[in-house]
Design a protein around this ligand. Structure first.
Ligand code: PEP
Length: 239
């Protein structure tokens, strides 16, 4: 398993359902990882092998995995298969998967456990809707998500948490800088076992706000969707 402690910050690109061979070849040619930060590109699974890498800070990551280990489950991709092609990170429980593909805290927990058992770091995504924020129940929502989604076997060395307020994903809206810091601090304090976890922020991160967000004491990196599709913009974010 990758040693997360070796990196001061972790930046994850989530390409979602975007990209093709030409785009990817050009992207990897132009991507400029640096020596102190960990950079992970989560491409669609068919392109996971496209990263021909000799940089120890740059990784290809998956966007999802199966709850199953092997067998008659057409269309699925197991954690063991990800390990087989040397994948070190995998997103789990992204809000789009929770909303469109019936992902639940329970399935996130099973997937994360499968990943850890295969030496792959799950990036467990949590976040509140706008309605929940307006009802002022963000902390209750996050507590339930964390307690139910994070397997008992998880620790700060084998698991990452990504706080992604759903209302900030792809909208151009972000919480205030104080709110981000407060929520991240809250997450780390939900239980003593989460104290040392690295918590990434996601939701409309771009070159113009990433440095400020990432400078927060309780922010250990960023998960970037839309802005990660433009390599020049992503290069600025990770620099
Ligand atoms: C995401 O989908 O994980 C995300 C953070 O998207 P965006 O950066 O586009 O808000």
């Amino acid at each position: 398993m990758i040693k997360l402690a070796n990196f001061s910050s972790i930046f994850i690109a989530n390409w979602k359902l975007n990209g093709n061979t030409e785009f990817i070849n050009e992207y990897y040619q132009k991507l400029l990882p640096n020596s102190k930060n960990c950079v992970v590109v989560c491409s669609p699974s068919i392109f996971l092998n496209k990263l021909k890498n000799n940089n120890k800070n740059l990784f290809s990551g998956a966007q999802d995995t199966s709850i199953y280990i092997e067998g008659a489950f057409t269309g699925e991709l197991s954690a063991k298969m990800l390990l087989d092609i040397n994948i070190k990170f995998c997103l789990v429980g992204h809000s789009e998967r929770r909303e469109y593909f019936n992902e639940t805290n329970e399935t996130v927990n099973i997937k994360s456990l499968n990943l850890i058992n295969n030496n792959i770091i799950p990036v467990i995504c949590i976040g509140e809707t706008l309605e929940q924020k307006e009802k002022k129940i963000t902390k209750d929502v996050l507590t339930k998500q964390i307690c139910e989604s994070v397997p008992d076997l998880s620790n700060f060395e084998n698991t990452l948490i990504a706080y992604e307020p759903i209302w900030a994903i792809g909208t151009g809206l972000t919480p205030s800088i104080q709110d981000i810091d407060e929520v991240h601090s809250f997450i780390k304090d939900i239980d003593i076992r989460f104290n040392k976890f690295k918590v990434l922020y996601g939701g409309s991160v771009k070159a113009s706000n990433s440095a400020e967000i990432n400078s927060l004491k309780n922010v250990d990196g960023c998960l970037v969707g839309g802005a990660s599709l433009k390599v020049e913009e992503f290069n600025k974010i990770i620099s």
